[in-house]
Design a protein around this ligand. Structure first.
Ligand SMILES: [Fe+2]
Length: 281
């Protein structure tokens, strides 16, 4: 069961957290989809794909651990930060030196990835239309400490869900949606967009969110702790979030494959620039 800690001093904080029981997912696909599109967070507690989950009970790897470095888990990015992201096969090889165990772990990870992809397909598929998703999921198996309160800055549409596989809770700061954050500094944001346009440049969603992120970390926020096997779906370009602490987590991420067809009304809400249009005009 996830635990929510309300912050009395938050200003605004329009994010809604929608709890869905795992057995009710297929009953509430419309509610899940619409709330996801609106930038809310859908919490599915104790989500357990049908497989042996004991394989996930391995100790997390320490930062700068040799095994992690060998597996390519922690390559410093251009700013010198260590990126704690890895694919299933990298993680499996880093965790278990025994081949059978690492194969089993990799298989379990891929199976979970497919399960969550199916969940998203059930939300966005239109009968008789083609829809396929490509996985760009990562597994983060090193402890994470406090990061800033932010919106993600991808430049494309990625469907996202997070799954805590650690026995330790994963804590997030939450409370605001990007639609609300835009309003907090609308004048400056409009000026930023206008100055970009006047110099002949277009503004992409990454730049908009980078601008918003310059003032989000000063805001009060709630705290939520996700427990082992809690799965939460949220579009992290719309949902402001801060990792306060946590251990092992799967960050499921899916991109639409070419030829995928979704309803125009849905596409417009999914596409970040279309979604925020109403708030910046
Ligand atoms: Fe993030």
């Amino acid at each position: 069961m996830a635990k929510f800690y309300r912050n009395e001093y938050i200003e605004g904080g329009e994010l809604r957290i929608i709890k869905i029981d795992p057995v009710d997912i297929s009953k509430y696909t419309t509610e899940i989809r619409e709330n996801y599109l609106e930038g809310n967070l859908i919490l599915i507690e104790n989500y357990r794909p049908k497989l042996n989950l004991d394989i996930f009970n391995f100790p997390s790897l320490k930062l700068l651990d040799n095994k992690a470095l060998i597996a390519g888990l922690e390559q410093p990015d251009e700013k010198g930060f260590y990126v704690k992201k890895a694919t299933a096969s990298q993680v499996a090889r880093a965790v278990y030196s025994d081949k059978n165990a690492s194969d089993e772990l990799e298989k379990a990870m891929l199976q979970c990835d497919v399960e969550v992809a199916k969940l998203f397909l059930s939300l966005f598929r239109v009968p008789n239309k083609s829809l396929s998703l490509g996985s760009v999921s990562t597994w983060r198996i090193t402890p994470t400490a406090r990061e800033n309160y932010h919106l993600d800055i991808y430049t494309n549409t990625v469907l996202r869900a997070f799954w805590n596989i650690s026995e330790k809770p994963r804590s997030w700061g939450v409370g605001h949606k990007s639609s609300e954050l835009i309003q907090k500094n609308i004048k400056a944001l409009k000026e930023f967009i206008a100055s970009k346009k006047s110099s002949g440049n277009t503004v992409d969603q990454g730049e908009i969110n980078r601008f918003i992120n310059s003032y989000t970390d000063n805001l009060e926020r709630h705290k939520i702790e996700f427990y082992q096997y809690d799965l939460w779906l949220c579009d992290s370009v719309k949902v402001a979030h801060q990792i306060i602490g946590g251990d092992k987590v799967a960050a499921f991420s899916y991109v639409f494959q070419p030829g995928s067809l979704i309803r125009e009304k849905i596409r417009r809400k999914l596409n970040y620039m279309d979604y925020i249009k109403a708030y910046i005009e």
